[in-house]
Design a protein around this ligand. Structure first.
Ligand code: FAD
Length: 478
């Protein structure tokens, strides 16, 4: 195998592997370096998302929701379960692992199909040569290799942020990696951090039988979401049994073989202690830039440890790009993927563009939460005049038939032009429904456009149309 390429991609997560495939589709010779070791010791593609993020968490969310539904929600359909609904956790975890393995092997197939050269190991910049090419060293099993390319895409992703006073052993105290593989259901589970990952993983273990307490430093719940959405989500999640304490300050954390004790100050300043069998620490993620040898090519990281880039993911150095979790913007797999495609096309001389305002956000709780564009708080802060329309799933026949009638769609549109500025959904299928809003906003649609488009009946998507009509106070079924 030659060691000179048109493009080297560092990292085989959703940003990196998609960038590598797109560059190869465009006729470039491409190498992708990935070092991730799966529990069976094999190096695997797919990054955080496929190995310990999006895919395994959604598999467990689906399994745990199925268990809870079967155990508690079939009676309203007139279905009686005779006998015990029992959990086989080992089988549930093994199903998740099989899905992960199928997906990561799928990327290996796509690399072979597109002739992307996969180097297994850790990549480090060693020099930028006088002709402008970048030289990297890959160290894995066997002797280190030197590879060079004119263009390099850094897609090294992120890892869980740990707190200095709380050592993570992924047994009693876990980050996202351990929390996706607990070998038994904890009786009492503590979660530090009520962000997306804390709420999703907290929901999984609550549904499987744990008593879950979530401690959050911020005084607001889901502060990035529209206020109406946060309130609705709070109502459902706490009703389901997630105990969430806001405005807490975490103190000493003591771990024993049996469990963990967390001292904290509550929102009223009172000292409290929470005892639990296990603890999940989900307090954000930090970019992976350590050991990359950036100093060897004269590139510094910013105060957040991220690599600074422009709107096209170009770093300060020529032909050097960075994408995904290692740069500014939401830490989301689809954002990383879109940046991967964009950069590969920029390298090919094309003029691609990403509208960062049209990147959807999803939280896969039950009901799901999804949004795109601006929240009401943001529009107020910007002083932008807007109209709002909201329609509940409780008035939708399909949602009632499915016994999934919680939540609403809320649409925000410009007061004068009617351009859609934001769409906010709480619903069982919010992750799929939001796609219509993303398309509409990418095409600069008005709320009237959605209101005039025929939607299938009966379907959850009718609620999107009714919310659009409600912007002009002319919803038909309310
Ligand atoms: P990563 O996926 O982190 O991949 C980077 C890769 O680079 C890693 O495999 C790493 O081993 C490799 N690497 C790093 N340094 C080097 C080096 N020097 N040499 C070689 N290889 C290197 N996002 C969503 O959009 N939807 C979700 O539902 C969702 N759920 C999530 C659930 C959890 C529990 C977690 C933790 C995250 C979730 N995310 C979700 C976030 C998503 O996983 C990330 O945004 C996404 O993986 C970022 O992609 P990336 O390619 O930038 O980085």
């Amino acid at each position: 195998m030659s060691n000179q390429f048109d493009v080297i991609v560092i990292g085989g997560g959703p940003g990196g592997y998609i960038a590598a495939i797109r560059a190869a589709q465009l006729g470039k010779s491409v190498a992708c370096v990935e070092k991730w070791k799966s529990p069976n010791g094999e190096v695997a593609l797919g990054g955080t998302c496929l190995n310990v993020g999006c895919i395994p968490s959604k598999a467990l969310l689906a399994s745990s929701e199925t268990l809870e539904h079967t155990a508690h929600h079939l009676a309203e359909h007139g279905i009686e379960v005779k006998g015990e609904v029992a959990l086989d956790l080992a089988k549930m975890l093994s199903r998740k692992d099989t899905i992960v393995s199928k997906m990561t092997k799928g990327i290996e197939f796509l690399f072979r199909k597109n002739k992307v050269n996969w180097f297994k190991g850790h990549a480090k910049f060693t020099a930028r040569k006088s002709d402008g090419t970048y030289q990297l060293e890959v160290s894995g099993e066997g002797a280190a290799q030197t590879i060079t390319a004119q263009h390099v895409i850094i897609a090294t992703g992120s890892k869980a942020r740990h707190l200095p006073q709380i050592p993570v052993d992924n047994r009693i105290v876990a980050d996202n990696e351990g929390a996706l593989s607990f070998d038994s259901v904890p009786k009492k589970l503590a979660v530090i951090g009520a962000g997306v990952i804390g709420l999703e993983l907290g929901s999984v273990w609550r549904r499987l039988g744990a008593q879950v307490t979530v401690l959050e430093a911020s005084s607001g719940f889901l502060a990035a979401a529209d206020e109406g959405v946060s309130k609705e989500a709070w109502k459902h999640l706490t009703k389901q049994g997630l105990e969430i304490h806001l405005g807490v300050k975490i103190g000493a954390v003591t771990t024993t073989q049996q469990g963990v004790s967390i001292a904290y100050t509550d929102k009223d300043g009172k000292a409290q202690t929470l005892a639990a069998d296990r603890l999940i620490v989900s307090v954000g993620r930090v970019p992976n830039t350590d050991g990359l040898g950036l100093e060897n090519i004269g590139l510094a990281v910013n105060e957040r440890g991220m690599i600074d880039v422009d709107d096209h993911c170009h770093t300060k150095l020529p032909n050097l790009y960075a994408i995904g979790d290692v740069v500014r913007g939401p830490m989301l797999a689809h954002k990383a993927e879109d940046e991967g495609v964009m950069v590969a096309e920029v390298i090919d001389g094309q003029k691609p563009h990403i509208d960062y305002n049209c990147i959807p956000w999803v939280i896969y709780t039950s009901p799901e939460i999804a949004w795109v564009g601006k929240t009401e708080q943001q529009l107020k802060q910007e002083g932008r005049a807007y109209k709002a329309g909201q329609f509940p799933f409780a008035a939708n026949g399909r949602a009632l038939g499915m016994a999934k009638a919680e939540g609403f769609v809320k649409m925000l549109a410009d007061a004068t032009t009617d351009e859609i500025l934001g769409v906010h959904i709480v619903a069982s299928a919010a992750s799929d429904l939001i796609a219509e809003a993303v398309v509409a906003m990418e095409f600069k649609a008005a709320s009237e456009d959605i209101g005039r488009i025929c939607h299938p009946h009966p379907s959850l998507s009718e609620v999107m149309r009714e919310a659009a009509l409600a912007v002009e106070k002319r919803a038909l079924n309310m």
